[in-house]
Design a protein around this ligand. Structure first.
Ligand code: G3D
Length: 194
């Protein structure tokens, strides 16, 4: 009887766990996005001040629960020398959030090259990608069409996977609402099953 009840309890409160990689060049706003996400989804989370976040060196991890899903975010360092470590995490991942700094036109082609490597990686074949055009709160930032044009060579390489580009300001959170409302959908319907 105990086994039956404990099995039922576990079934009812079981959470499917998904790993989501947050990738992008250094300074794109990956850690700020992760902190903003944790603050919004974890009621008791007292995060660090977003304006005090410095660029990721190594790895930041964050977990949020959305419905019956637990999303584990791995925010990986984006410096050139750290990008070579990204593929070590690909096999474990169910989704990718790729963050672009919309204010950094100079590094847009560098970001495109890094993105290209991500989408052409065999280990990530079919894995859904959410592209965030971040820092949209800055008046002089590149628009979504500008960024799509700059990344247009990559379209054929994306393949049949789900890929969505969203405007975002991780710092203010104000233009992130669609992104946050997309997260449950990302976790439940489009993620590759483990
Ligand atoms: P990273 O983890 O991708 O390396 P961070 O990037 O999250 O450390 O952010 C790098 C810098 O960009 C930080 O500023 C951070 O405040 C800023 N930033 C992140 N997201 C946004 C955004 O949406 N809008 C604006 N305006 N700035 C953002 P500092 O000054 O600490 O380097």
């Amino acid at each position: 009887m105990y086994t039956l009840l404990s099995g039922l309890y576990k079934y009812m409160f079981r959470r499917d766990e998904y790993c989501i990689l947050i990738l992008g060049l250094d300074n794109a706003g990956k850690t700020t996005f992760l902190e903003q996400t944790k603050t919004r989804f974890n009621r008791n989370y007292k995060g660090m001040s977003l304006s005090k976040i410095t660029t990721t060196v190594g790895l930041n991890i964050g977990t949020i629960d959305v419905g019956k899903a637990r999303l584990m975010f791995w925010d990986l360092g984006g410096q050139d020398e750290l990008q070579s470590l990204w593929d070590k995490y690909y096999a474990e991942s169910h989704g990718v959030i790729y963050v672009i700094d919309s204010t950094d036109e100079e590094r847009l082609s560098e970001s495109k090259r890094a993105f290209e490597k991500v989408v052409t990686s065999e280990a990530l074949e079919g894995v859904p990608i959410l592209v965030l055009a971040n820092k949209q709160d800055v008046e002089t930032c590149l628009s979504i069409p500008d960024i799509k044009t700059a990344f247009s060579d990559c379209i054929n390489k994306i393949g049949k996977r789900d890929c969505l580009t969203q405007a975002c300001s991780a710092l203010t959170g104000q233009v992130c609402m669609e992104v946050f409302s997309y997260l449950p959908e990302l976790s439940i319907s489009v993620l590759r099953k483990g």
